[in-house]
Design a binder for this molecule. Sequence first.
Ligand SMILES: Cc1cn([C@H]2C[C@H](O)[C@@H](COP(=O)(O)OP(=O)(O)OP(=O)(O)O)O2)c(=O)[nH]c1=O
Length: 200
Amino acid sequence: MESSASRHIILASTSPRRRELVASLHIPFDVVPSHADETTPAGWTPEQIVTELAMRKADAVYRSLENCDRHGIIVGSDTIVVRDDAVLGKPKDVEEAASMLRSLQGRSHRVYTGVACVDSLTGTRRVDYRMTLVTMRPLGEREIAAYASSGEGLDKAGAYAIQGLGSTIVTGIEGCYFNVVGLPLSLLAEMLDSFGIAVF
Ligand SMILES: Cc1cn([C@H]2C[C@H](O)[C@@H](COP(=O)(O)OP(=O)(O)OP(=O)(O)O)O2)c(=O)[nH]c1=O
């Protein structure tokens, strides 16, 4: 069996943000969306949720590529927003987006992203996560309604995008910015290094 995958990433994601972030590493990559089931049992901790879902996404692609000659490190990732003990995923509509924003404004919350890497040749796997603390300024009802209906947060955990118009409502972060956007690049680089792939 060959020891490690070639210098190539297979991104198990439909997210255009993750694609852009991986591109910034200048490592050749391609994208294979995973469509893994993203439900988890009640009572799981944020760390459990993001590490399990990141691995589910990478593993679904690993299994779909069996007996195929595409090789590389398969990368799966999952992001959630946690307010007190409530886990916020992506809102289902503008109304739910508004209610998420109402609960996040004027305070801090945590953003967790899990990252899983699976070597397509050996099946060797690793998973880890990062957490970033994000503070949002107070928002009035009119602002909440206007931002929610802009649609920017509809496909994002917590119903906002720090990298977009959401940048104007976030007043501070503690931790990795890229973790909030969906892929902590310093963690990914560390994990790739452990598979023998140096970023530079
Ligand atoms: C909080 C926040 C989240 N997000 C995004 C990152 C993730 O793409 C998304 C959370 O959904 P995920 O389920 O983690 O990912 P996804 O469905 O977009 O893509 P895939 O599962 O195919 O990889 O929210 C931002 O882009 N900006 C932000 O500020």
